[in-house]
Design a binder for this molecule. Structure first.
Ligand SMILES: *Cc1c(COP(=O)(O)O)cnc(C)c1O
Length: 393
């Protein structure tokens, strides 16, 4: 494969629940959840059943023909959210690409020429297509890929003053993550999201919430906007939606959706019957009170333990994020060594993630059993002991 990734030497071959096994049959506890994707762990029997049932019936039709699983998933998403309409694609970047294109097109259809500014935020992550990487707030991800799409501006996250100052009638959309995931697991302040909503309304701009990482129960409500009480015009969902099968969606109100007229946008595999069948099953399970309440309980259990580890070894400062999207900020002597700690954890049999150089990210299955949490935390503690000792040498 091309050298754009630096994969671990370990090669997992199977998984079950929150455990994975590598080629040597070594067992790992999965605190990374495939980067907030495996919302129900590995090989969940209901998802395997939904997938294999659909795999035996119909794989693909083209967008000339709608399929039952796509119609069914669209109906569920509309029932469970603010949205009236859904566009299907296969990844978070594609869902955001559609959202950004839709916002520009909506302004083109309804507003004055020149209403095309898109406001985005420092440290944001929206994907790796040219439009979405330009909306993202990490300059290094854009470097060398120009010329880039224009009229996209970045503002400091959670800074209401800067936002108010930048807003004018030429803004067509604001794109924001309720919790910045890749950028360091930083939650938006409620007042910040509320202000974005108010300014969008005042200036006829659309609010796009990128819930690719925060969606599908990750923060303890089905979508994070429901925790914040701030309703977007467009919402994107991907990672957890298929529980590990690639499927993504761009949701919007009916009025906004009208701008995606016949022929304006498309995707060959978007709405793939297998992805949609799996995603409907994921939503059925995740949208239950038991699973959503379980996210908050698990958060408390894990956060309590991480704080205790932080106090015992002096390694963590802030423990942040929402629900089961957690960031542990590494303290001074270990700052910018999150990757080393991630590797030490892997050596001890627990997979964790990083979010930037100085934040250890934990995003396990929403239904990870208590026993696996406890064992994963024990392994993480052993990794911390080794990591701290190694650092002294
Ligand atoms: C992962 C992620 C994306 C990109 O999703 P891909 O499926 O990798 O294209 C976009 N936005 C957010 C918030 C993400 O976490």
């Amino acid at each position: 494969m091309m050298p754009n990734y630096a994969p671990a030497a370990v090669i997992p071959v199977r998984g079950s629940g929150s455990r994975m096994w590598d080629q040597e049959d070594r067992e790992y506890i999965d605190f990374g959840g495939g980067i907030a994707v495996n919302a129900l762990g590995h090989a969940h029997p209901d998802l395997v059943a939904a997938l294999t049932k659909q795999a035996g019936r119909l794989w693909h039709t083209s967008n000339v023909l709608a399929t039952e699983p796509a119609l069914e998933l669209a109906r569920r998403l509309v029932e469970l959210t603010f949205a009236d309409k859904v566009f299907f694609s296969n990844s978070g970047a594609e869902a955001n690409e559609a959202a950004l294109k839709l916002a520009r097109r909506y302004a083109f259809d309804h507003h004055h020429k020149g209403k095309e500014r898109i406001l985005a935020f420092d440290n944001a992550f929206h994907g790796r297509t040219l439009f979405t990487v330009t909306a993202g707030g990490q300059a290094s991800y854009r470097e060398g890929f120009g010329p880039l799409p224009g009229a996209i501006e970045h503002l400091p996250f959670n800074d209401i003053g800067a936002l108010s100052e930048a807003f004018d009638k030429d803004v067509c959309a604001v794109i924001v993550e309720p919790v910045q995931g890749e950028g360091g697991v930083t939650a938006a302040d409620k007042a910040f999201l509320e202000t974005i909503r108010r300014l969008c309304d005042e200036h006829d701009a659309l609010l796009i919430l990128d819930e690719v990482q925060t969606g599908v129960g990750r923060v303890g409500t089905l979508y994070a906007y429901q925790s914040y009480g701030v309703t977007p015009d467009i919402l994107t969902t991907a990672k957890g939606l298929g529980g590990g099968f690639p499927v993504a969606a761009t949701l919007s109100t009916g009025t906004v959706a009208e701008s995606l007229k016949v022929g304006t946008h498309g995707s060959t595999w978007g709405g793939n019957p297998m992805g949609c069948a799996v995603a409907s099953t994921v939503l059925d399970i995740v949208s239950t009170d038991a699973v959503l309440a379980g996210v908050s309980e698990r958060r408390q259990q894990i956060e309590g333990a991480l704080r205790a580890l932080g106090d015992k070894y002096g390694i963590f400062g802030e423990i942040r994020g929402l629900g089961l999207l957690m960031g542990c900020v590494l303290n001074e002597p270990w700052e910018s060594k999150a990757r080393d700690l991630m590797r030490a954890a892997q050596d001890e049999g627990v997979f964790v993630l990083v979010a930037g150089a100085s934040v250890l990210r934990i995003a396990p299955s929403l239904i990870i059993p208590e026993r696996d949490i406890a064992e994963g935390l024990e392994r993480l503690e052993r990794a911390i002991v080794r990591f701290c000792a190694a650092d002294k040498n």
